[in-house]
Design a protein around this ligand. Structure first.
Ligand SMILES: Nc1ncnc2c1ncn2[C@@H]1O[C@H](COP(=O)(O)OP(=O)(O)O)[C@@H](O)[C@H]1O
Ligand SMILES: [Mg+2]
Length: 283
C-alpha cells in the first residue's frame, strides 16, 4: 500500500478538506479478495497544527487520541499506542484520522516524533496513508514524511496566486532530500480544487510542468463539513465534492498499485522494513 503526502504553497487551497474527502471516498478492498488496502488513515502533520479538531471534529477530541498521545513515547510504545490514537471517520470502520498537534509551538517542539511515526507508517502494509502536510516550508514541517512518501500531491486552486504558490511549493519539494531507503525523490503530481477560476487544468499543468491528478469540485457547502464541522446534509455523499473525490481516490489507488508493481519488478521493495503492526484503531 502507500503513503501520499498532500501539500500546498501559499494560501489555503483546501488541503485538509481534500485529505478528509479522499479518505471517506477511498476504495477499500472487497472482503474475500486479497488485493487493495484494508484501511485508510489521514495523518495531520501541518506545521500550523490541527485543523480537524476545531473544524471537522467540532472541538471535541478524546484526550486519549491524537498525535499528542504519541509524544515522548519510545518507538516501540508508539507502535502499541497508535491504534488508540486514531479516531474513526464518520464512525466508519477502516477509515481513520490521526489528529495533529494543537499548534505551531507543539509542532516545533515535537517535530522529531514524526520520524518514528514515519517508520511505523511505512510498515502498515495493509493501509493507505494520506498525510496532510499543509503549506510547505515552515521550520517545524515534518519533512521526513515527504521522504517516506510514495507520491506527493500539491493541491492548488486555479487562480494566479495559488498557481504561483504551487510553483514555489513544487520547487521547494524538489529541493528536499530523497527517500531514506533509496534516495529517490518522491514523484510529485498536482490536484486542482475547482477549475476555470480562471485557469483550466491544462493551463495550470503547463505552468507547473507536472502531471495532474484531476479536478476536485469546488463545493463550499460540502467542504464546510470538513473545515467547519457542519453536518453533512442529505446530498453530501452524492454531492460534487464527494463524487469528484471518489474519482481522484480511484486514480490515486491505481497509481499506488502500479507504482508498487513497478518497484517490485525492478527488484526493490516498495515498503522496506519488517512487517509491522497495522492500525486497527478505535474511536
Ligand atoms: N473543494 C472545495 N470547494 C470549496 N471550498 C473548499 C473546498 N475545499 C476547501 N474549501 C474551503 O476552503 C477553506 C480552506 O480549506 P482547508 O481544507 O482548511 O484548506 P488548507 O488545508 O489548504 O488550509 C475552507 O473554508 C474550506 O471550506
Ligand atoms: Mg489545512
Amino acid at each position: 500500500m502507500g503513503i501520499i503526502v498532500l501539500a500546498s504553497g501559499k494560501g489555503s487551497p483546501g488541503v485538509s478538506c481534500t485529505a478528509l474527502a479522499l479518505a471517506l471516498a477511498w476504495p477499500l478492498h472487497v472482503p474475500g479478495t486479497t488485493s487493495g488496502p484494508e484501511r485508510v488513515l489521514v495523518v495531520e502533520a501541518d506545521a500550523a497544527g490541527t485543523s480537524a479538531v476545531p473544524g471537522y471534529l467540532q472541538g471535541t477530541c478524546s484526550p486519549a487520541a491524537g498525535m499528542a498521545t504519541l509524544v515522548g513515547t519510545s518507538r516501540q510504545e508508539m507502535g502499541e499506542r497508535l491504534p488508540q490514537a486514531v479516531i474513526r471517520l464518520e464512525g466508519q470502520p477502516d477509515r481513520y484520522l490521526l489528529p495533529g498537534l494543537s499548534g505551531p509551538t507543539q509542532m516545533a517542539a515535537h517535530r522529531h516524533t514524526f520520524t518514528d511515526l514515519a517508520g511505523w507508517l511505512r510498515v502498515m502494509t495493509r493501509s493507505d496513508i494520506l498525510v496532510d502536510l499543509g503549506r510547505v516550508g515552515a521550520a517545524a514541517e515534518p519533512s521526513v514524511l515527504v521522504q517516506a512518501a510514495d507520491l506527493v500531491v500539491v493541491v492548488c486552486r486555479s487562480s494566479m496566486p495559488s498557481v504561483l504558490g504551487a510553483l514555489h511549493a513544487v520547487s521547494y519539494l524538489r529541493s528536499l532530500p530523497g527517500s531514506a531507503a533509496d534516495s529517490r525523490p518522491s514523484p510529485i503530481r498536482f490536484l486542482l480544487v475547482g477549475e476555470r477560476s480562471p485557469y483550466t487544468l491544462r493551463e495550470v499543468q503547463a505552468a507547473l510542468e507536472i502531471q495532474p491528478l484531476g479536478v476536485l469540485a469546488h463545493d463550499a457547502r460540502s467542504a464546510a463539513v470538513f473545515s467547519d464541522g457542519h453536518s453533512p446534509g442529505r446530498g453530501f455523499a452524492r454531492g460534487p465534492l464527494m463524487r469528484s473525490a471518489s474519482h481522484i481516490a480511484q486514480t490515486l489507488t491505481a497509481y499506488l498499485t502500479s507504482e508498487t508493481a513497478t518497484v517490485r519488478t525492478s527488484g526493490t521493495t516498495a515498503r522496506p522494513g519488517a512487517k509491522g503492526k497495522a492500525v486497527t484503531g478505535r474511536g
